[in-house]
Design a protein around this ligand. Sequence first.
Ligand code: C2E
Ligand code: CA
Ligand code: CA
Length: 767
Amino acid sequence: MISADARRAPHRGWLLWAVYGVLGAVLLAYLVSLVVRADNSSELVDGWLVAAFEFVGSGLCFLRAWLSPGRRAVPLAFGVGTLSWAVGDLLLTMESSGGATVPTPSIADVFYLGFYPALYVGLVLLVRRQARDVTSAMWLDGIVAGLGAAGVCAAFIFGTLVRTTGADPAAVATNLAYPMGDLILLALVVGVSAILPGRRNAQWVFIAVACAVNAAGDTANLLKAPGGDFGFATIFDAVAWPTAILLISLALWLPGRGKALGVAHKAPGMILPALGAASGLAILLFGSFHPVSAVALGLATATLVVVGLRFWVSVVQMRALTHKRHRQAVTDDLTGLGNRRQLFYLLNDFFADAADPTTPRRDLGLLFIDLDHFKEINDSFGHSAGDELLRQLGPRLIGSLRSTDVLVRVGGDELGVVIMDADIEYATAVARRLIAKLEEPFVLDAVSVRISASIGIASAPTDAGDSAGLLRCADLAMYRAKLRASSYETYRKDIDEDGNRLRLVEELRTATQEGRFLLHFQPQVNLGTGEVTAVEALLRWPHPRLGLVPPLDFLPLAEEAGLMPLITDWVVDQALAQSATWRAAGRDVPVSVNVSVSNLLDKRFIPSVSEALGRHHLPGSALTVEITETSIISDFDECKRVIGELRTLGIGVAIDDFGAGFTSLAYLGTLAVSELKLDRTFITGIAEGADRDLALVRATIELGHALGMRVVAEGVEDDATLTVLGGAGCDIAQGFFISHPMPAADLVLAAVVVSGPPQLSVASNAG
Ligand code: C2E
Ligand code: CA
Ligand code: CA
């Protein structure tokens, strides 16, 4: 067990152990000589040689200090302490040279006693290096132990000793000081090793043994003083201090414990202060029956005062620790925001208040924010980029909140905002502000990424009566927002509630079996000619209670209930029927239908589609199948195969919602797709002169063309966007500006162009 520094220089380690081996042997020889010589003391051996031995031990402490730059304080303190003792021995030897009797106390005692404060300081510094939080209680524990022991000595032992040894009270007091000092050190060492986490450490064991040996030796000295004749005690007294000094210097070369990783510090034990308090009280109690010296009473009182101080320090530390733990418990490490636990604390408080009929009603809004495509950011740019993005969220969003609103990270890429005293309108306004903030680009390392988010809004006490319930409501609303790509949604009992969901599934099953759906069609216009080149079929569910239910409200339910194959069959059939009707009227209008990934992976899909084409006497080119970018990448290889098969049947395949995710077009380019549909979010803003956005759209269009795809822009809501898209080379446009989706009977299929691009303008009969 050689410390790291010693290990780095093997020769030095070897030499060191040789030195300690020799010193150990010398000590053993000295012990033997003491036994052999019985009571015949020798000035040379017991005086000069012992002092020399101690100087060597002390010198090794200083050597240790010299060899450990930056960590010198402890070995220096130990060096000073042991040196002080060695000087004391030297002085005593000089004074008693030639058999002179030295009075106690003498000048040597001053140096002997100098050992204690130096070692005390060294020990405390050593503790501080290994366990930072506990030192003030430690200092005080040592003092309590010392004062308590001194008090007990003064009250019970001092008088007895003066009587039995017949010694001068000053000498007794001086000799008493040594074992007391040893006890203080021992108390400190034992107290420390009790609270340091992890295994007992050799360094501390050596120091503890040294203090114990000293305590025993000094007690022996006390009992024999002066000139008493206890053979064994004399030997013990003589050998104790050289041994202790050797052990202390040796301890400095042993590996320290270092700061324990991942292990909680135990709280400082209460044994020492309790013992101190007990001894102080015992003395005071004893003093009320028997005469006790003023010194003893003073010491007892001082002990109790320090014990009080010690408890006060503990309470303060404990309180600080509790605060710290609480803060840690409710803080998210990565972002520094509150965490899920804090969210629950807040909500629980709110609901506890709300349950109290005497408090006025308050409303609370909860926003549940989920980032879209966060996983893809992690996958494409690395986890550190993902973490960095999460870290930027807090500072960015907090600016849009009031100081009383609380932003927490619920987990992963989910955030929550608690808004007190807010109705649903206010909460919605906040959601809109946050969405706008989130849509500004994030700069991560070298890249700048854009994200979007889906926010679910719920309000209490309207939507739920407890924290978990409220969170679930907000979560459901968020889920709906995600499905509808609508950035935020508020909780709606009629749609989101569990009981309703079951009922809704049953109603949906019946509607599917009976084909009670509607198709709306949205025209796609050729930007060059203004002609309607195709229509997209969009599903609606007319519901007796809920009205016309939009697809994203019920398709997830259908997916869960395994109704997708039937529904898609119905959509394909109805869409082709409509196309056949137009064809019969002399209009060739291909239809696009949306299919989910479960359709695509269904073995019966292709046969059923080609059957439908046959049934309506239509070529494959009358149909385009739209698949979203995200569903393709969920099972790329299988999708690639199915897409290939569809294309061989002459059926068009479009990548839908492109640009809402982060997939690279080069990757999708290996698919045999015929059409690329740019997502609405991808093209918004291009008309407002954001050059970067426009450049990206332009490049995407060019790449799409290079890969042999027709490029369709979706969600065109204004003239300006349409114009810019025409200029950027986009082939086809679709959107509210051209026409809302509507029943086939209401659709105007005439060419809508009055003049060519870029002055394309569109007439629409849609409101
Ligand atoms: P999608 O395929 O991206 O369809 C376009 C959606 O955007 C439609 O919503 C349409 O009404 C809306 N939209 C069109 N132009 C604009 C515009 O200018 N501005 C804005 N803000 N929105 C516009 P809809 O009809 O609610 O459909 C939503 C989604 O539901 C569709 O998104 C599609 O993914 C899915 N869907 C619709 N019908 C079917 C279907 O028959 N089968 C499957 N599997 N999914 C369908
Ligand atoms: Ca679509
Ligand atoms: Ca789309």
